[in-house]
Design a protein around this ligand. Sequence first.
Ligand code: NCD
Ligand code: ZN
Length: 346
Amino acid sequence: MTQTLTLRRPDDWHLHLRDGDMLRAVLPHTAAHFARAIIMPNLVPPVVRGADAAAYRDRILAALPEGSDFTPLMTLYLTEDTEPDDVAAAHASGLITAVKLYPAGATTNSASGVSNFDKVAPVLDRMADIGLPLCTHGEVTDPEVDIFDREAVFIDRVMDPLRKRHAGLKVVMEHITTSDAVAYVRSAGANLGATITTHHLVINRNHILAGGIKPHYYCLPVAKRETHRLALRAAATSGDARFFLGTDSAPHTDANKLLPCGCAGCFTAPNTMSILAEIFEQDGALKHLEAFTSLNGPAFYGLPVNEDTLTLTRTSAAYPDHIDTPEGPVTVFDPMMPLNWSVSRD
Ligand code: NCD
Ligand code: ZN
């Protein structure tokens, strides 16, 4: 039986750090294990222009624990007014790694997102020219479409036409939750990748809704039925280079989760690596864990893999059920299983 597993240090290709006190409280949990993370721009107001991303990056770097070598990979929030020149300049200077598409109204702080895709065609063409990837929140916002179908409908109505119109654009389907998305990514070429979260490998929709409503398992895209979870597990553990980790760790205070209209998001930064080791072991795929957490993402983004390593040791791992922040407690995602791999930096 394997007792220790040393991996290239992992990266998180989809992360919410927020700002201010919350940023300072959650960032150390990611920086403890991950070398880099793609930082989501859905602040209030959103990170829209290069100058916004530069200022946010400085606030993140200032919030890092002493001696941390964590690198935030910044993104811009695509709006219908985004200027191709501003995006290209931010990319050329090395400031940004991707641009994020939120369909307007799809999720937390997405009101300034895109409704009319014609308006963003020039910037998407420019991104294809310069090799700058587009990260996508893949859900339609049409109120007529059932929330459990919004990802599959997005693929047909938006993703496939967008990729045909902007051939050559690198696209990441983020936090995929369906077998439809897995199949779509498998059918596409190397320009399409997908991130998978830790929590979507663990929960299905029963965990949110059966036996009482569980707000801490509510996130967007919402977890789907078990067949979809199994398809995500198969994709993540397969070693296929098009699938990589994006935790979508999305902290909200308990006060904001436990409301008649509570916020969407699971906070998985502290225990993600232990949970993933457990999952990959359960599926007999520990040999593919490093590909999912540390190799496939850099390859897709054209970045070097990390030189340093992280070691997982087969010994019971314990995590707090919440972290305290000046804004109030934030519940840590409960994987509902013992964790038998603990994590240490080398
Ligand atoms: C995210 C958040 O809270 O910012 N919530 C979530 O459920 N994942 C937004 C997002 O990524 O959709
Ligand atoms: Zn997210």
